[in-house]
Structure formats: C-alpha cells, structure tokens
Design a protein around this ligand. Structure first.
Ligand code: SAM
Length: 125
C-alpha cells in the first residue's frame, strides 16, 4: 500500500483506491475569507468523482454538536449555518453515493458547540 500526500484537488478519477480527508473540505469550496457555510457538498462531490465503486473513504469534518452560541460562531465565519449537525451530514454523505460503515462524533472540548464528525464509508455505484 502506498500513502500519497499532496494536493487532493489534483487527483484524477480512478487514480487512488481510498481517501482520507480530515478537516479539508474547504479546499473544494469558496475561499474561507468569504465566510460562507462549509461546502460539504462540493467536497463530497469531488471525493466521489475520484473514486471507483467499492473504494473507501475516511472523512472527518467539523459539525455543530448543539445549536451554536454567538460566542461559538464569533471566531469562525460568524454564522450559525457554517456547519451541519451529525444527522444532516450523515444524510448528505449517503445522498452522495457513499455507503456508511460507521460514524461518530468527538467533542472539541467542554462548553463548545462544535465537534468533529468522523465517517468511514464505501463509494457505491
Ligand atoms: C483545518 S486543517 C485540518 C488539519 C487536521 N487534518 C485536523 O483535522 O486537525 C486543514 C488541512 O487541509 C490541508 N490542505 C490544505 N489544502 C489542501 C489541498 N489542496 N490538498 C490536501 N490537503 C490540503 C492542510 O494541510 C491542513 O492540514
């Protein structure tokens, strides 16, 4: 097995058998400075396009674990819709042609509204 590290946007269709994408969805979305909601859809669409049926993905991304407070959004994009909930992200992942093997949520610390979602999936037909 060969692990390849590099610009994920430069991977062409079928070039890899698996992807690990953790906290990097923003590379397929609008510039972070635009303070738009995190574009999970652009990331999932790009990942799906690189993979063949049966290829595997580990996807980790920020989510809201609770409705965000003004204090939570202030250092981020300043908007409550920047992240999805875990349930909404699961639905989005499945809607993009991935079969979930498992998923979970890890808190980033007490008193915060944000967490990290971790999902393991297969690309399907
Ligand atoms: C928010 S950090 C997340 C770091 C770490 N994975 C984590 O979750 O704590 C964004 C990551 O995206 C990576 N990154 C930025 N542009 C990238 C690209 N074009 N292709 C692949 N990774 C990229 C950066 O190297 C950085 O590690």
């Amino acid at each position: 097995m060969v692990f390849q590290v590099g610009d994920a946007r430069a991977i062409s269709a079928g070039e890899v058998d698996a992807l690990i994408v953790v906290g990097a969805s923003q590379i397929w979305g609008q510039p972070v400075e635009d303070a738009q909601p995190l574009d999970y859809t652009a990331a999932l669409t790009a990942m799906r396009a690189m993979l063949k049926p049966g290829d595997r993905v580990v996807y980790g991304e920020a989510i809201w674990s609770a409705p965000p407070t003004p204090e939570a959004i202030a250092p981020l994009a300043g908007r409550v819709d920047e992240y999805l909930s875990l349930a909404a992200l699961v639905e989005l992942v499945e809607g993009h042609g991935f079969l979930l093997a498992d998923f979970g949520e890890a808190s980033l610390g007490s008193g915060t509204s944000s967490s990290r979602a971790s999902l393991r999936a297969w690309s399907t037909n």
